[in-house]
Design a protein around this ligand. Sequence first.
Ligand SMILES: O=C([O-])CC(=O)C(=O)O
Ligand SMILES: [Mg+2]
Length: 389
Amino acid sequence: MRITAIHEKTVPIQSNIRNAYIDFSTMTASVVAVVTDVVREGRPVVGYGFNSNGRYGAGGLLRERFIPRLLAADPALLVNESGDNLDPHRIWQVLMTGEKPGGHGERSVAVGVLDMAVWDAAAKIAEKPLYRLLAEQYGDGNTDDRVFVYAAGGYYQPGKGLGALQDEMRQYLDLGYRVVKMKIGGADLAEDVRRVEAVIEVLDGDGSRLAVDANGRFDLRTAIAYADALAPYGLFWYEEAGDPLDYGLQAALSQYYPGPMATGENLFSHQDVRNLLRYGGMHPETDYLQFDCALSYGVVEYLRTLAVLREHGWSARRVIPHGGHQLSLHLAAGLGLGGNESYPGVFQPFGGFADGYQVDDGYVRLPKTPGIGFEHKAALYPLLKSLHE
Ligand SMILES: O=C([O-])CC(=O)C(=O)O
Ligand SMILES: [Mg+2]
């Protein structure tokens, strides 16, 4: 078998929302389709991939480097021993040929987008949902039949007052979520405390159902001032307080803040993760890690990241990935992660899961059809299909 074509496009996912660090007025994403010559149900198998929010589309890198590299490779180097399916690990090696270590800038996005499409195609060719393939090949064979999800939103928006913030959160609860997340650090501390209290009111006074996200905005002094203000609420987690690469800040804050903390969405390699675990002072029993495969070289690299976790005494259950996409849902169900982010209100059509699979008391189920299941999302599939039809 072989890859016959790879199509790529940059699409907008802009909106008027803002976190503490960026607004999303010019945000884009890369979308790819990897077409194979394997036929299932009368049609060539096509795998789809895209990157999640927060990093821009990587069209330049895809067009100039990664897609040509893949198409120029001997097809025999891209398939498994028996030659009947793609081998994502071999493909990853080909993609990274000529790439020096370190400096994991945006090339991890380009590789992550292609890797997503390769796994989608490989699972379709194997005629299994991806979570089953992952559980059989890399897990203990067991899969979770439902995955914990939380609703992320609570962005800053022009004219959005406390009432609108509360209405947004009520909508998430009505959809079946139990835990919600909101942004902090984009207003002053007093205003953020009012916002946090307004959301906790909607959660029947239960702060343990609210996560807050500072998107790396704070220096240590500000992070500590927020820690003092937030600690009494007993929050679900306090996320990305300082710069994602400032492990010293994280270590100081981890010692100081009594509740669970979360970070990792802007670490793009297993080496960066290793440094966080070595030097970030995080607590394996109570903290959360948020690495997002779509931004960080894909599933092949994620398997290495999970190995690093094991070496440092962390359970995969402490991982709840950033990004709210279906690939992470498969990783969670197949490899026993702790759950997944969800964006019921933002970053559509890429956020969200299969149509008809409602969130029930904070958990969601996955379709049993082959691949990742993008075909089950009516708002997304036409866009993916338009790449090659
Ligand atoms: O606002 C963003 O960049 C997204 C984000 O941090 C998250 O979902 O945790
Ligand atoms: Mg975040």
